[in-house]
Design a protein around this ligand. Structure first.
Ligand code: AKG
Ligand code: FE2
Length: 332
């Protein structure tokens, strides 16, 4: 069945998020690979979200990033504000509570964050990397007097990039494209990592106050680590029901973003989601947003367009798209 035919028959009234085991990802056996690709295709068409287990990021690397994140957010507010995102041209750095607003219906997101883009682990200090001088990842900003912080979080970042490199060929195969379709479009690691902290929300439930309001992600896909045992993430299905995406031990959440929806003319779903922390405890999460290089135009692939299904989106480069979404979320 062609992609478009399959897409017409898709039922997106899911009530849970599929789990995909990556243990066979290096297995070259045709049938094994085909099974994995089919699982990815179904998840991308029906849900836009899936968990991965056996993803290859070690517990040590995850734990170290988690602890570094907790330590960062525990710093006094005035210290954190020294690296506020407004001090960079590209919104990297610290964003205090309520500084972003992902859902225009809401008053702001009740979370604080710290965001950075590509840097090799060995480089000392943040700064300009000529290859990526694209207006988005030109300047990271790092907390002063936090020894080891930069190295620790970059270690996680690079491990997540490795997961991304495993996933791109699967997405390509799931779209009936050559396995290496994304290779020349992802040479510069246009990935941003964000540490997030959601303080507990207590008291009366107000639907307009979310940790992060309803939104879609902006890149190709997001690799999300969630704090164990705290339910916060919710995913919207086609029946407009919020489906819980609880943390499952040992897994990461993969969710598709708008770039893949644009590449595929919505054959793959960039699904609306939100998070709210009513657990009474502090919650931390770590998304890594993986996209195509910022100069790459997001042109719908031929197998996702037909006379009945004309292109839904104007062509825009990945970079311009991400910039426009930053502007909308931060109001500048
Ligand atoms: O913290 C979470 O579970 C979700 C975060 C998220 O959706 C985002 O940062 O785009
Ligand atoms: Fe998101």
């Amino acid at each position: 069945m062609s992609l478009l035919q399959a897409s017409q028959e898709v039922d997106s009234s899911f009530d849970n998020i599929p789990v995909i085991d990556l243990k066979d990802i290096g297995n070259k056996d045709q049938a094994t690979r085909q099974r994995l690709v089919q699982e990815v295709r179904d998840a991308c068409m029906q849900v836009g979200f899936f968990y991965v287990k056996n993803h290859g990021i070690s517990d040590e690397v995850v734990q170290a990033a988690y602890l570094a994140s907790k330590e960062l957010f525990a710093l006094p507010e005035d210290i954190k504000m020294e690296i506020e995102y407004k001090k960079t041209p590209n919104h990297m750095g610290y964003s205090p509570l309520l500084s972003s607003n992902n859902d225009p219906q809401n008053a702001g997101d009740l979370m604080e964050g710290f965001e950075f883009g590509y840097e090799p682990t060995e480089k000392k200090g943040g700064g300009v990397d000529g290859v990526r001088d694209d207006g988005i990842t030109v300047a990271n900003i790092w907390p002063a007097n936090s020894p080891g912080f930069r190295e620790t979080v970059l270690q996680y970042y690079h491990a997540a990039l490795g997961v991304g490199e495993l996933l791109f060929p699967l997405f390509a195969l799931a779209l009936d494209l050559p396995e290496n379709f994304f290779e020349d479009k992802t040479r510069h690691s246009a990935a941003l990592m964000k540490l997030l902290h959601y303080p507990p929300q207590v008291g009366e439930v107000d639907e307009r106050i979310m940790g992060i309001g309803a939104h879609t992600d902006w890149e190709c896909f997001t690799i999300l680590w969630q704090e164990p045992e705290i339910q916060a993430l919710q995913v919207l299905n086609n029946d407009k029901e919020w489906i819980k995406a609880p943390p499952l031990p040992g897994t990461l959440v993969i969710n598709l973003g708008d770039q893949l929806a644009r590449w595929t003319n919505d054959v793959f779903k960039s699904t609306v989601h939100r998070a709210v922390n009513r657990s009474g405890m502090h919650r931390y999460s770590i998304p890594v947003f993986v996209g195509t290089d910022y100069n790459v135009p997001l042109e719908p692939i031929a197998s996702c367009v037909s006379g009945d299904r004309p292109p839904k989106y104007e062509v825009i480069t990945a970079g311009d798209y991400v910039k426009s979404r930053f502007k909308a979320a931060y109001g500048q």
